[in-house]
Design a protein around this ligand. Structure first.
Ligand SMILES: Nc1ncnc2c1ncn2[C@@H]1O[C@H](COP(=O)(O)OP(=O)(O)OP(=O)(O)O)[C@@H](O)[C@H]1O
Ligand SMILES: [Mg+2]
Length: 1055
């Protein structure tokens, strides 16, 4: 009957229908087969919340009601049932921890994390100390569960360097204790062979401060003997497998486990367990906890000592008088032990093989026979190991202890052996089962009894539900005068002959009529015939079943005595740790008082534990073993049924169900449900109880469903609670709709009002602005602007008119312009001046004839070529270019010179040609036409040299006053082969300007005109450098003297 959609079976046993063992087992099996290993077993105190989207009422409050979480935690005795999956399930780790941290016990699937979360939150937020009781058979998963609790708490509690180191120490105590206290048994490969209770202490913020570990009854008999298929404690195998050669040598050990009598030879390895790497982990963990290197070494030495002690072989010997005695077969082993721990080997030998008995003031030494000596040796080994284990626990406690004076909250985690029914049950099973009886008592007291007593307290009529109260069994065992343990002690202390059978006889006599005690004698008395009952046995009807105990060695085990010779020998060791384990060996501290017996010690520690548990809020993890074979997926109903019976799962649920599913204080109940009635919603002015009565009366809930206690309302069935919650959900929806409606209306209204207000404001401002703009002109304040504009316009007008009437002359060279009357017109005046000048220039240009334009263009070209470069340029500017300087037009003789060249003549003048060879000059007539330069003798009428303008590559002139210029020709031209011409012209500026233009017109090429101090002219193959020097004279006419300097240089001096 799934309650939550998608849940398998029922997650909460209180919802189980029908409530019978069969359905319980089926439910557990169904869930187990679907890998759901956890189940809750408590009705949800206020479990009914409703998932918003679902229409079925669901007993889980939605996470959106955080208030609910604290309600659950008021409830005592949360229980999670865990069925060992024997496989790793993907339901652990940080992701799941985070999930459970944010939800309450009932919101998510049952889980150990959920329980740990409830406990931790209750501890942190409600300041209530907690304990988590983990019980179950061996191999049911207690230790794993305790580790899950610890890892959960470590993950959710505070952080910080200090806190993390405390957490780490607490967590690392596990591998160390497991190495020394766990062993492979037939039922569990990693069975805890001791009980463990760990108090984790927190500060007010919930950060861990430290802790205290208490250990109970280590199964020390395992040190010397193991059952078939079992191993000794893990540490022995880990040490031999994981220690490096050096360490082994130091400890005088061999790696081979078969070399040691105390190690079971059949099983030295456990599947899935790596002893070597575990050894490294243990060493690392010890360092984290705070063990020093020296301490670790000493611990390992004592461990090795135990192994070596097992190899000490004892042989039969006889004294002179024929009395059997014993001796050591091979002294080497004892010697090695002596060397390792600083013991005198002879003394060890003596202590093992003899015994000193003190009677009054006399000391009598008696020899031990082989059996006794072996017993003594084994007793020594067991004692050394169990004391070492206690020392380790104390050493861990020293590291994790919290300073006194700090106020702390405590969470106790109890991982203790479960109920044991073996084939042959001895003293150990007896005390273990006694401990389980006591734990069951806590469970009964704190859950079943408490539940029923609450009804009494509240004055609710109540038919008592029967459950088995195991007080009577506890009494049978622990009663101070008449309990089994008291009888055992008495027998141990009694003078005279005592044996296990005298002890049994005493029990038979005392409990002959006890309903939970049976033995052969009591059965015989009642004429019962029980084949299974042994003569040396008694049987106790425990709450979990009948167990038959064999009394053999009860007395011995209870006495737990170690011959004083042995403890004294150990105390004499130089090994500090070994010595400290045997303080009673110190002769100065010899006390004749007997040490407390094992039974009474255990009883006391259980009493302390119970006191501790009663002071805390209990939470239970009930571990169940699904099969005997440690196999995943196998569910043995018979086996689980036995466990479910003695865990009292059904009783627990029955009490809950027979009673009221839900109870709640009137105040908080009213607060939650008052919205369901018009009388109590929205205001209720009466008392809380009256309010609840009124409210439930209006809802017409059957009176059988309700009981009004003194302070609380009790609701019988979950159905009613579902109904209430459903009604509340619907009502909340209604109210939410109402609130939404009102809110939406209010929002629209206020929005509209705001818009309207804004609109009115905007129009008011707009209209005002418009009106102000229209009327501004009528405002006195506007007059100043108008006046200023008017004045400005009038002075501008005056300035412009004045300018118009006083314009300067239109002569382009006249640059005068009247100043602006006001500074503010300066820029306008400048621009007007510029405009006027450009206008004058334009006018001047417009009235020029094309010829004048041509002249001016030539002048412009001359200026671009020579202005600022050649000294004779300024003189040439005012002189118009005449072109013809030899009277070409009027002289017919010269006319002939034109010859074939019919092109118009641009320049005709007489130039001097400088002889490049000697620097002498001779006159020549030069004609420049549109396509040629023609040179001829002054006397001849035939052209001497005709050079096409396309062959002129460039001209070079000096920067001085002179008329010298070099006419550079292309080498490829017909005349060019002779070289460049060096000529002197009186109109060099005009000639070269016109030549430049002619070349441009004829060849579209810009003639290169170089103005320079010195240039070179090509002369046939070589070139002649022309160096120009300014002479001292400053005559009007330029003169120059040309001198040959060397073969390749002509020096020209310009006067
Ligand atoms: N939640 C779990 N998930 C996976 N495996 C588990 C779980 N719980 C227990 N086991 C398996 O069961 C084995 C036995 O569990 P555990 O040692 O906790 O038993 P125990 O109740 O402490 O037994 P003992 O009383 O002998 O110490 C573990 O070694 C592990 O392999
Ligand atoms: Mg365990």
């Amino acid at each position: 009957m799934p309650i939550l959609e998608g849940s398998i079976g029922v997650e909460d046993l209180v919802l189980l229908e029908p409530l019978e063992e069969e359905s319980l087992l089926k439910n557990l099996q169904l869930r187990y087969e679907n890998k759901e290993i956890y189940v809750r077993s408590l009705w949800v105190p206020l479990a009914v919340g409703v998932l918003e989207s679902s229409c079925i009422p669901i007993p889980y409050p939605p996470s959106s009601f955080p208030l609910l979480s604290s309600w659950f935690q008021t409830y005592i005795g949360n229980v999670v049932i865990s069925v060992n999956p024997y496989q790793q399930l993907p339901i652990y780790g940080p992701e799941f921890i985070a999930k459970y941290q944010d939800y309450t016990f009932y919101e998510l699937k049952p889980h150990i994390y959920a329980l740990a979360n409830v406990a931790y939150q209750s501890l942190r937020d409600r300041d209530r100390d907690q304990c988590i009781l983990i019980t179950g058979e061996s191999g049911a998963g207690k230790t794993e569960a305790s580790k899950l609790v610890m890892s959960y708490v470590a993950a959710v509690c505070g952080k910080g360097e200090q806190v993390n180191s405390v957490k780490e120490q607490l967590l690392q105590s596990n591998p160390v204790l497991e190495a020394f206290g766990n062993a492979k048994t037939i039922r569990n490969n990693n069975s805890s062979r001791f009980g463990k209770y760990m108090d984790i202490e927190f500060d007010f913020k919930g950060s861990p401060l430290g802790g205290v570990i208490t250990n109970y009854l280590l199964e020390k008999s395992r040190v010397v003997k193991q059952l078939k298929g079992e191993r000794n404690f893990h540490i022995f195998y880990q040490l031999l497998a994981g220690a490096d050669e050096q360490l082994l040598k130091a400890l005088k050990l061999k790696r081979d486990t078969s070399a040691y009598t105390y190690l079971n030879q059949e099983v030295s390895r456990v599947g899935g367990m790596n002893d070597a790497s575990n050894f490294q982990d243990v060493q690392r963990a010890m360092i984290v906890i705070g063990f020093s290197e020296e301490e670790i070494r000493q611990v390992l030495e004592v461990t090795a000592l135990v192994l070596k002690l097992g190899n000490v072989e004892l042989t039969d010997e006889f004294q002179a008088n024929g009395i059997p005695a014993s001796g050591i077969r091979d002294g080497k082993g004892v010697q090695e032990i002596g060397e390792m721990v600083g013991l005198n080997s002879e003394e060890v030998e003596r202590a093992l093989c003899s015994r000193t008995v003190e009677t009054g003031k006399e000391k009598v030494v008696t020899v031990l026979n082989v059996i006794q000596a072996q017993y003594a040796r084994d007793a020594l080994a067991k004692n050394i190991y169990s004391r070492l284990f206690n020392w380790i626990v104390n050493r861990i406690n020293e590291s994790i202890k919290v300073g006194t004076g700090e106020k702390k909250k405590v969470m106790g985690v109890l991982d203790i052996y479960g109920f044991e029914i073996l084939e042959d049950n001895s003293f150990e099973q007896f005390v273990i089962n006694y401990c389980n009886e006591k734990l069951q008592q806590v469970f009964i007291e704190l859950t079943l009894k408490e539940e029923q007593e609450e009804y009494k307290r509240e004055g609710i009529p109540w038919t008592k539900v029967d459950y088995f109260d195991n007080g009577i069994i506890c009494n049978l065992i622990e009663h101070n005068q008449r309990g089994i343990l008291a009888m055992l002690d008495e027998e141990c202390l009694r003078p005279g002959v005592v044996s296990d059978s005298t002890f049994l006889a005493k029990l038979n006599q005392l409990f002959s009529n006890h309903s939970h005690y049976e033995s052969k004698v009591t059965q015989n008395a009642q004429r019962l015939y029980d084949h299974s009952m042994g003569l040396s046995c008694f049987r106790i009807c425990h709450y979990a079943g009948k167990v038959m105990y064999n009394v053999t060695s009860f007395i011995d085990k209870n006495n737990d005595l170690l011959f004083r010779d042995l403890s004294q020998a150990m105390w004499k060791a130089q090994h500090p740790l070994l010595r400290s384990l045997f303080p009673e060996g110190n002769p100065k501290q010899v006390s004749l008082k007997r040490p407390p017996t094992a039974g009474s010690q255990f009883k006391n520690s259980v009493a302390i534990l119970m006191k501790n548990l009663y002071s805390k809020n209990p939470n239970y993890i009930r571990c169940i073993k699904p099969n005997e074979h440690q196999q995943q997926g196998q569910f043995s109903s018979e086996l689980v049924a036995v466990q479910a019976r003695y865990l009292g799962l059904l009783e627990n649920v029955r009490v809950r169900r027979a009673g009221y599913a839900h109870r709640q204080g009137y105040k908080s109940f009213l607060e939650r449900y008052r919205l369901l009635s018009r009388s109590t919603w929205p205001h209720w002015n009466g008392g809380d109880r009256e309010g609840v009565e009124k409210l439930l009366g209006e809802l017409s809930i059957s009176s059988e469903e309700l009981a009004f206690g003194k302070t609380k309302i009790f609701i019988r069935s979950p159905k009613t609670l579902f109904y209430l919650e459903e009604q509340r959900r619907l009502r909340i929806q209604q109210l939410a709709t109402l609130i939404q409606k009102i809110y939406r209306g209010w929002r629209c209204r206020t929005h509209y009002q705001l818009m309207r207000k804004s609109q009115i404001l905007i129009s008011a401002w707009f209209r005002g602005n418009k009106a102000r703009k229209n009327y501004r002109k009528y405002f006195r304040s506007g007059a100043a602007l108008t006046l200023a504009n008017f004045i400005y316009k009038s002075i501008a007008q005056k300035f412009l008119l004045g300018l118009k009437n006083n314009l300067p002359s239109t002569d382009v060279l006249d640059n005068t312009w009247p100043a602006a009357p006001y500074k503010c017109f300066n820029r306008a005046n400048q621009e007007l001046h510029q405009l006027f000048h450009q206008w004058k220039c334009k006018k001047f240009r417009d009235q020029l004839s094309p010829k004048q334009v041509q002249v001016l263009r030539e002048k412009l070209c001359a200026s671009e070529l020579f202005k600022g470069k050649k000294a004779s340029y300024p003189q040439s500017v005012p002189i118009p270019f005449r072109g013809d300087y030899i009277g070409l037009q009027s002289n017919p003789k010269l006319q002939k010179l034109k010859g074939r060249q019919e092109e118009p003549i641009l320049v005709a003048e007489t130039v001097k040609k400088v002889n490049r060879g000697n620097g002498k000059t001779s006159a020549r007539i030069l004609l420049l036409t549109k396509g040629h330069v023609i040179l001829t003798d002054t006397k001849k009428t035939q052209a001497k040299t005709i050079i096409g303008l396309d062959h002129v590559s460039g001209v070079s002139v000096t920067s001085l006053q002179d008329g010298l210029f070099g006419l550079h020709l292309n080498e490829m031209s017909p005349v060019g082969s002779k070289g460049d011409f060096l000529l002197v012209s009186d109109h060099v500026v005009e000639l070269l300007t016109k030549m430049y233009q002619a070349v441009l017109d004829a060849t579209q090429r810009q003639l290169s005109v170089t103005v320079t101090e010195g240039f070179s002219v090509r002369f046939k193959e070589s070139s002649v450098a022309i160096k120009v020097i300014q002479g001292p004279g400053h005559g009007e006419k330029s003169k120059f003297i040309c001198k040959k300097k060397g073969s390749n240089c002509l020096e020209v001096t310009v006067q």
